[in-house]
Every structure is written in structure tokens, then in C-alpha cells.
Design a protein around this ligand. Structure first.
Ligand SMILES: NC(=O)c1ccc[n+]([C@@H]2O[C@H](COP(=O)([O-])OP(=O)(O)OC[C@H]3O[C@@H](n4cnc5c(N)ncnc54)[C@H](OP(=O)(O)O)[C@@H]3O)[C@@H](O)[C@H]2O)c1
Length: 234
């Protein structure tokens, strides 16, 4: 096993599970934070530590880090989306999505950065979305993902001088459980916009996250990599 540790939020399923698998292939110690590990396939792997934790509970994040200790890599992957119209969006859902998608990643970076700075550096990758670049029917989802892209730039600026590399990815729709909330007609419209008429595979996003978290040059810092197959060329 390498002596490196990665913390992956939502590493139990979807894109995060592929990220977990890639870090295990690279022989990292992997800490996975999520609420439900029922179908998690790597629970018995001795290199994996599972932490049942709801990222809504921001105030418990410092105590979580006291249990975990120093990490070399942080992957802010966990996220939620609500299929709710802007004019009928309960306040409780707004609070939940802002806490889980935006405030928790900031708190995790704040805590992880302490050990990274002591250690002379580290890597952080944020799983944002095309929703944060072009707008989204779930306006709060788009707002949180736009915030995540900006947070990436802010933390790269704040932590870059101390050797911490902070980047993000912004994928178009990816074949995971999250897509179940998108209406069929919208899925068809999105597919017609991309070059090869399909959604992204989770492993394509995971491979990009893994590269940013490991081999990518340190001069790539504060960047958001688009993974959208032509849905938003720029
Ligand atoms: N799928 C897409 O089309 C797409 C496109 C662009 C970006 N993304 C982003 O990619 C990331 C992963 O999404 P996915 O597609 O893999 O979706 P997913 O299959 O629905 O996975 C979401 C992950 O987040 C975790 N999570 C959600 N709420 C949590 C909470 N309160 N506390 C702790 N963990 C929580 C879930 O674990 P538990 O439920 O067990 O807690 C799960 O591991 C998200 O940030 C999403 O916004 C997805």
C-alpha cells in the first residue's frame, strides 16, 4: 500500500464509486464518507475505511477530521439535485442543497487543508457540473455548482502558495442514479446537443478526477475541466 490517503465523499456509489476503485487500483488508503453503505462493494477491503456521515451536519465535520487524521487528497464528490421548480421550492430543500453541495465542501477543504499545509501540499478535486456554467432547471443545483467552481478558484489562490492544488470538473449528464430525476424529453434534448449522442459514463468523470488528484501538473491549479462532449463548447 502507498502511504497516501484519499478522502472521497459519496465514494460509495455513482461517479464516486468509480473514483474509489481507481484509488484502490493505485493502492491508496481510501476513506469514504456517505450515509448508506448497503451496496458498497469494497467494505471488506482492509485499505478502505467507511464513515457513515450526513454532510448536512456541517458542525460535525471538524470532529470527523479528528477521527480521520491527515489526508493527502480530498475529493468533494457527494452532491444532490432536486427536480423542483424555482417557484415551488421548499425552504428545507434549499437549505439542504446549499449545505450538502456548497457548505460541506468548503468545510471539508478547510479541515483537510490544515494537514496538507503541514505536510507541504496536497490535492483537492471538486465535482461541480455543467449546471454551474450554463444554468439549470433546478436553480439551486446550478447555483451551488457555480459556487463550487468559484470556490475552486478561491481555494487555489489561497492554498496554492502552500503547495495545495485545487481543481474541479464540470460534467454534462452522467449515467448514474442522479439522472433518474431528469424527464425523458429533456434527456432526449440533451443527447441531441452532444457530439456522440450519449451521456457520459461515470468512469470518464472518475478518470478525470483521478488524474487531477494525482498526475496532473501542479501548474494546473484553480481550473475547472469540462467533460461535456460539445454541450458547452468554449
Ligand atoms: N450524474 C450526473 O449527471 C452528474 C453530472 C455532473 C455532475 N454530477 C455531480 O457528481 C457528483 C456525484 O453524483 P452521481 O451522479 O454519482 O450521483 P449519485 O449516484 O446520486 O451519488 C450521489 C452521492 O452523494 C452522496 N451523498 C448525497 N447526499 C449526501 C449527504 N447528505 N451526506 C453524505 N453523502 C451524500 C451519496 O451517498 P449516500 O446517498 O449514501 O449518502 C452518493 O454517494 C455530484 O456532486 C453531482 O452533482 C453528476
Amino acid at each position: 500500500m502507498t502511504n497516501k490517503t484519499v478522502l472521497i465523499t459519496g465514494g460509495n456509489r455513482g461517479i464516486g464509486l468509480d473514483v474509489t476503485e481507481m484509488f484502490l487500483e493505485a493502492d491508496y488508503r481510501v476513506i469514504v464518507v456517505a450515509r448508506d453503505f448497503t451496496d458498497f462493494p469494497f467494505g471488506a477491503d482492509e485499505r478502505v475505511e467507511t464513515k457513515v456521515f450526513d454532510l448536512f451536519n456541517l458542525e460535525d465535520i471538524p470532529a470527523l477530521f479528528q477521527q480521520i487524521g491527515r489526508v493527502d487528497v480530498l475529493i468533494n464528490n457527494a452532491g444532490i439535485m432536486h427536480a423542483l421548480p424555482y417557484d415551488d421550492y421548499p425552504q428545507a430543500n434549499i437549505e439542504q442543497i446549499i449545505k450538502v453541495n456548497l457548505e460541506a465542501p468548503v468545510a471539508l477543504i478547510r479541515e483537510a487543508a490544515k494537514g496538507m499545509i503541514q505536510n507541504g501540499g496536497g490535492r483537492i478535486v471538486n465535482n461541480a457540473s455543467i449546471a454551474g456554467e450554463i444554468g439549470h432547471p433546478d436553480i439551486w443545483y446550478g447555483i451551488t455548482k457555480a459556487g463550487m467552481i468559484n470556490m475552486t478558484k478561491s481555494f487555489a489562490k489561497l492554498l496554492g502558495p502552500q503547495g495545495v492544488v485545487v481543481n474541479a470538473v464540470a460534467a454534462g449528464p452522467v449515467e448514474t442514479a442522479m439522472l433518474a430525476t431528469i424527464p425523458e424529453q429533456r434527456k432526449k434534448a440533451i443527447k441531441s446537443m452532444v457530439y456522440t449522442g450519449r451521456f457520459a459514463y461515470p468512469e470518464e468523470v472518475a478518470a478525470t478526477i483521478f488524474w487531477l488528484a494525482t498526475d496532473c501538473p501542479e501548474y494546473i491549479n484553480g481550473t475547472c475541466l469540462d467533460i461535456n462532449n460539445g454541450a458547452f463548447p468554449r
